[in-house]
Structures are given as C-alpha cells and as structure tokens.
Design a protein. Sequence first.
Length: 381
Amino acid sequence: MTNICITEADVVLSLAKLKINKLQGPDGILPIVLKEMKDIISQPLTLLFQKSLSTGVVPSDWKHANITPVFKKGDRSNPANYRPISLTCITGKVMEAIIQVKMVDYLDSNNILRDSKHGFRRGRSCLTNLLEFFEEAPREIDHKKAYDMIYLDFQKAFDVVPHKWLLLKLKATGILGTVTKNWLIDRKQRVVIRSTMSQLACVHSGVLQGSILGPLLFLIYINDIDTNTYSKLVKFADNTKVGGVADTKLAALRLQRDLDLICDWQMKFNVDKCKVIHAGSRNIKYRYFMGSTEIKVADYEKDLGVYVDTSMSHSRQCGEAIKKANRMLGYISRCVEFKSMEVMLRLYNSLVRPHLEYCVQVWSPYLKKDIAALERVQALS
C-alpha cells in the first residue's frame, strides 16, 4: 500500500465530517471554517494532499501539537495527576482521516489485524471486546474450574512507542510510505496553559498524540503482542487483559509464561496499576509477576465501564448501574418543571436508559435480587 490516491470527493467527505465544537490546533484554524468552506477549498486541498503524498513531505505545522494539561484527581501540584490533551492542526487531520480510511480498508481486506483487537476497528467495540473475553470465564467456572483475569496497564502507551520498531512493523504490513515515515519524524510539541505557551520541544518516540492516525499506528505496533501465547488475550486500544484457567499450578504457570512473553516487548507497564482477579471456588490464587514485581490482587475491576468481580455474578455492576440511573432520575426530577409524558419519556430514553443498558449483553442479571432492583428503577421512572 505505497500508492495512495486522494480524490476531491474524499476531501469533501472528510471536511463534511469535521466536528465544529473541536478546538483549533497550532495553526489557529477552527474546524467550522474548513467545514463551511468545503466546496471552495476542497480542490486546492486535494492538490496539496496529493503533492504531500507524491513528494513524501508533510508540512511542518501539521507535525506540531499544543499540549493542554487537564486535571484528573489528587494533588494538583503533582504533574502526574494531569492528563495531557494534544491538539494538532485540523487541516492535517483532514488528510489523516482520508489516509486512515484507506489504511483500514487495506488492513481488513488482507486480514492483517488479529481478531483479539477491538479498538479503532469497524464492527468492533467495547461490547465485542467484553463478549469475547467473558465467553470463556463463566463457562469454566460453571464447570467447577478456577479462572484468573489479569488486567495490564501500559505506562504512557502512546508516548513510548519506538519509532524504529514502529517503522519496521509498518514495513512488514506493507503500508510504509514516505509520508507515514515523514509524519513520524521531526515532530514537535509545546505546553499551552490559557494564553501562555512554552517553547516547541522535539518528540523522539510515540505515535501521533492528538491525531487521527495515532491510534491506528499503535494498533499495528501491538498487533502481534499475543504471538505464541497460550492464554486468552483481548485488546482495546491500550486496554489489555489476559485470562485463563488457574485451578492447578501448571495452568497458572502457563499464564505466567504469557506474562513473561508480554514483558519482553519494547513497552513499559505500570505494574502498580496491573490487577489480577481470582475467580472460582477452587482457585489456587497463584502469585503473578510482571518482571520482578508482583501483580496486586483485586476483588473487582472496572473493565471498559463494566464492573467485574470474583463472584462473576455481576451484582456489583447492577448496583453501579442502578446508582447512576437513580442519580440521573433525581437530576431530572429537580430540574424539569413541566413533566409531561412526552418530555419525561425522551429524558428517560436519552439520560437514564444508557446507564441501565450499557453492554448489558455482558452483565444481564440472573439473580432475583438484581432483577428486582432494576425493575424498581423502571417503576420509579
């Protein structure tokens, strides 16, 4: 996939899909400007994009990013408690979006991406990820076997991908072109807080933060992380989990072997945030390690928005869904003055039901107490 052709129709479609509420990048051009002028600028942009593809040169402004730190939680004086939000040039994103579509078509038509990958793929979602992973665990537990689920946490996953190895992976998949290579090298970023900006600093590793192509490139980089593994391994972006039967030491050692293989990769893990859940009554509760550090044991974990615990009964998830739904019902009751049937039905469908139905195919309750609790929420609404 070295020859990509961008047509004017591709550009018009990409411009039409721009979200006007997004902020501008380092070039200061707002997406609403490009979207409203799509019929006027589509032809010159097509020529610009094709020139970039034919020469392999990406405008330097498109490789710059503004980083805005957004507070998460904890001590505000600790930089680790801030999430960096990267904003790149919208014009560059338009071209990236077109290239991404063509890259995904190529990857899918050639069956390059493994089935264990669910993020940033057509027809895949959090739901398909969870359904695949939890197809095995309940079945094994029903057969009186123990099952261990290990949740891995990449440390700054998108920031530490070595360009050298990523380029080799792209070449191996047959999609490495001069534009892709040029897009990765000589990238710069600066921190922006209100109207104050730092100096531009060079970026020597990582995929394109704040870009359209970044997640797809990361997907390609970790595509074969589960090569030669015995256990169930499922990925969604940088969310990776490993599972397997663990009722004997031999079975647990197979899981540990797979963790050792994953550790051999050129990626760092935040072991303090990695968790293992021991499920099943006959679980030997084997101690797993990432390198020399033992993985912490947890009673539950929030997996792509769904709570998973040692009982596999989904009672905790039911409770959390009910809590969120009741909280939203309280907001509606306090804030809405005219409670007509039509208004309340729309509010319920848009604000309450999503909490009760998010990935419900995975955690659909079977205990009478959980079913009754969910029905009480329906009755209150």
